[in-house]
Write a protein that binds this ligand. Structure first.
Ligand code: SAH
Length: 227
């Protein structure tokens, strides 16, 4: 039974990869390798293991979600990650995205993943440890809407929650030529966003909107949504 489930998940995982390659959703082979290396089943709740590779977000704890695989890999590709980079992630959630980033910046890179909900910070930390990536990923329980000044500046900043706009702190904490990837709300319904990819140039941001619309849970905290 369990073996069947594992085999089935593997099949679904490979089907997703074929779909991405065929549709040119992902071009970077390193992103595919990272997706293969990190098992999404280790980051979902125990009862969700069999459906871990369905292409949809899944509820984790405290009404939050682990993003859908296609969104995760599109964001990873947009980040143009390289070994040795220092990356700030806002919204650790399950720790899945942080683990994938770690795969792409290891062995010398570092990932600082900020999570505002204490029980989710614990969940992410435990999952990261299980994946053996605790030397690379540090999960911090804090309000990441202000960034994380202690480890700044960063080569990359990625936000995995819908922001009302781009907090200034992110620009300040990004290195020159660094990339900020952030879903910004586009309507009355904050969860509906466009994905902004911005590069820091001469101290300011040069922005581009990626194709498509995305849904994320709301960014909370001082520079996020109040409720
Ligand atoms: N990247 C996660 C999914 C993120 S869901 C994964 O791979 O599983 C968005 C997360 O952002 C939620 O866990 C939510 O609690 C967190 N969050 C929302 N506002 C935040 C803030 N201001 N600072 C840090 N984390 C925040």
């Amino acid at each position: 039974m369990v073996e069947d489930e594992t085999a089935n998940s593997e099949k679904e995982k490979e089907a997703l990869i074929s779909f991405w390659l065929k549709n040119k959703f992902v071009k970077d082979q390193r992103v595919i390798e990272a997706f293969r290396a990190i098992d999404r089943r280790d980051f979902v709740l125990p009862y969700q293991k069999a459906i871990a590779y369905e292409d949809r977000p899944l509820p984790i704890l405290a009404e939050q979600t682990i993003s859908q695989p296609t969104t995760v890999v599109q964001m990873l590709e947009a980040l143009e990650l390289k070994p040795g980079m220092a990356v700030l992630e806002i919204g650790a959630g399950s720790g899945y995205n942080a683990a994938l980033i770690a795969e792409l910046v290891k062995p010398d890179g570092k990932v600082y993943s900020i999570e505002i909900i204490p029980e989710l910070a614990d969940f992410a930390r435990a999952n990261i440890k299980k994946a053996g990536l605790e030397e690379i990923v540090q999960v911090i329980n804090a309000d990441g809407s202000k960034g994380w000044p202690p480890a700044a500046p960063y080569d990359r900043i990625v936000v995995t929650a819908a922001a009302p706009d781009i907090p200034k702190a992110y620009v300040e904490q990004l290195k020159e030529d660094g990339i900020l990837l952030i879903p910004v709300s586009i309507s009355e319904e904050p969860e509906l966003t466009e994905l902004i990819k911005a590069r820091k140039q001469k101290g300011g941001l040069v922005k581009k909107t990626l194709e498509g619309y995305y849904t994320f849970v709301k960014l909370r905290g001082e520079k996020g949504y109040a409720d």
